[in-house]
Design a protein around this ligand. Structure first.
Ligand SMILES: Nc1ncnc2c1ncn2[C@@H]1O[C@H](COP(=O)(O)OP(=O)(O)O)[C@@H](O)[C@H]1O
Ligand SMILES: [Mg+2]
Length: 284
């Protein structure tokens, strides 16, 4: 059991209070999903994925003890839903976009061999399906630590959920390119970089994945709000993002490829390639 030392509050998160740093560790409150989170994090460590925290244990007051990921997390404590995400200047370069695409591909490669019968998710009901991996559930710069504009670690794993990797890729593209954000003049080129780094660049697959990723966000709303009025804001944000996607569809498609042979992530007999192909086949 890990013991408690000097605690330094960590602010900047979007939903969890009581996150503290103690030396080289982070202490976070646990929930019914935490045993599954820890199983996934142990699997990722065994698979050689270095950008996830290591599980050290549970401390004497029942908090999870994870390794502190060095770097600067791109989180803004004043952010509110419906407002643009925090993108400091040091995060805006194209090398960061490429690194994001490669990070998500490597995460998916490592997660694709993890299977669980657990069903204690935070924002999901049901067990992992045959075509699904367990995804992070809240991938975006606000949950990534960076050094020199390059990702060093992914934090905040409480929202893990079963999902087809192609839809998780679409969700990640939205947040990591980012899409739907007119502060960036070169969005189509940035999307292409993200996709090439992941290894999935054909327009049809990518844009349907992004579309379905947006719809997946709508499914999460029922876990946030008991009163319908509270969901209206979430749905109108998702609706605005779908409108943005529709009006930019042709421009985005023109920056991508028109053939699946340019999709190395879907080729071969790796677990991830099989899951990606199965996910795309669901749309046929
Ligand atoms: N493993 C970690 N390594 C480094 N910093 C962390 C880690 N976990 C959390 N933090 C810090 O704590 C803040 C809040 O944690 P997070 O898990 O993202 O909470 P929330 O669920 O509220 O978003 C983050 O913005 C980050 O600065
Ligand atoms: Mg967070």
């Amino acid at each position: 059991m890990a013991s408690v030392g000097v605690e330094q509050p960590l602010v900047g998160g979007r939903s969890t209070s009581g996150v503290v740093r103690v030396g080289h560790t982070v202490r976070r409150p646990m929930g019914p999903w935490s045993p599954t989170v820890h199983a996934l994090l142990r699997h990722l460590a065994d698979a050689g994925f270095n950008e996830s925290p290591r599980v050290i244990g549970i401390d004497e007051v029942g908090r999870e003890v994870l390794t502190f990921m060095e770097g600067e997390v791109a989180a803004d404590p004043t952010w509110r839903p419906g407002t643009p995400a925090y993108w400091p200047e040091w995060l805006r370069g194209v090398d960061t976009v490429t690194a994001h695409g490669s990070l998500v591909r490597r995460l998916h490669e490592a997660a694709a061999s993890f299977a669980t019968d657990d069903d204690g998710w935070r924002e999901h009901q049901g067990r992992q399906g045959r075509d699904e991996l367990v995804g992070h559930g809240d991938l975006g710069p606000w949950n990534v630590a960076y050094r020199d504009g390059l990702p060093t670690g992914i934090i905040d794993w409480d929202h893990i959920e079963p999902i087809t990797p192609v839809v998780d890729f679409g969700l990640a593209a939205w947040n990591f390119v980012p899409l739907g954000d007119d502060r960036f003049p070169d969005v189509p080129q940035r999307l292409r970089r993200f996709c090439d780094a992941y290894g999935l660049s054909d327009a049809n697959t990518v844009l349907v994945a992004v579309h379905h990723g947006r719809l997946k966000r709508a499914e999460h709303l029922r876990f946030w709000h008991r009163r319908p009025a509270r969901s209206v804001g979430g749905l109108s944000n998702i609706s605005a993002s779908l409108q943005w996607l529709d009006s930019h569809w042709d421009t985005l498609a023109a920056s991508l490829t028109s053939s699946t042979s340019a999709s190395p992530a879907m080729a071969g007999d790796t677990p991830l390639a099989g899951l990606l192909r199965a996910g795309v086949a669901r749309w046929a």
